[in-house]
Design a protein around this ligand. Structure first.
Ligand SMILES: *[C@@H]1O[C@H](CO)[C@@H](O)[C@H](O)[C@H]1NC(C)=O
Ligand SMILES: *[C@@H]1O[C@H](CO)[C@@H](O)[C@H](O)[C@H]1NC(C)=O
Length: 181
């Protein structure tokens, strides 16, 4: 009877373990899985290329892929923020200067949101990530809106806003995937 109990428990443990393992977030993502996630953005090819531009992507699990996406977004936001700030100082047209200032503060908040996403990612509070993504998305919409009225765009902010929005959509898709695990 004692032997039966032990093997029963062992079988039970294996069954439980096998049913958990396939959905575990510790599994390395395949290219097919990454492409499947990218198919949920509006440009599979660009999404895949962007993610693959980071060497970490060759060896990440679902959570690691969110980290890669957030780093790409953070890098883009930081660069655009610095660029906008430099234009704030060198632009004499007061209307345009004001537009740059507004967008600079939008990017400032975006950078804060991205930091928040990283914190939630590390603490495991994945469900909170979506709100931060939405917040960043609202900020970029505001910058796009004020730039709609700009007389010139020497810093190519419109293009950079679009590029950032796309990377943010990748963060959205990859982090959404964590909630399904
Ligand atoms: C972007 O800037 C923030 C704040 O200065 C910094 O914490 C973060 O590491 C930067 N991200 C990248 C990818 O350089
Ligand atoms: C813009 O000018 C302010 C005040 O003159 C200065 O503190 C700041 O570093 C400048 N920023 C950039 C990005 O050049």
């Amino acid at each position: 009877m004692a032997i039966f109990d032990t093997s029963f428990v062992l079988i039970l443990i294996s069954i439980v373990f096998m049913s958990i393992a396939p959905s575990s977030t510790c599994l390395k993502l395949t290219d097919t899985e990454i492409k499947h996630l990218c198919s949920k953005t509006n440009n599979l090819g660009d999404c895949y290329k962007l993610l693959k531009s980071d060497p970490h992507t060759a060896n990440v699990d679902a959570r690691g892929l969110v980290e890669v996406s957030v780093d790409l977004a953070s890098n883009k936001a930081n660069k655009t923020h610095s660029l906008i700030n430099s234009f704030v100082n060198t632009t004499h047209d007061s209307r345009l200067k004001n537009i740059y200032k507004l967008c600079s503060s939008n990017y400032n908040d975006i950078i804060r949101d991205l930091k928040g996403i990283k914190n939630y990612l590390h603490s495991g509070a994945y469900k909170n990530i979506h709100v931060q993504v939405k917040d960043a998305s609202e900020e970029i919409k505001q910058c796009k809106k004020v730039f709609g009225g700009a007389s010139s765009d020497h810093a190519h902010i419109k293009k950079k806003n679009k590029e950032f929005e796309f990377i943010l959509s990748i963060v959205d898709v990859t982090s959404d995937n964590l909630n399904k695990k």
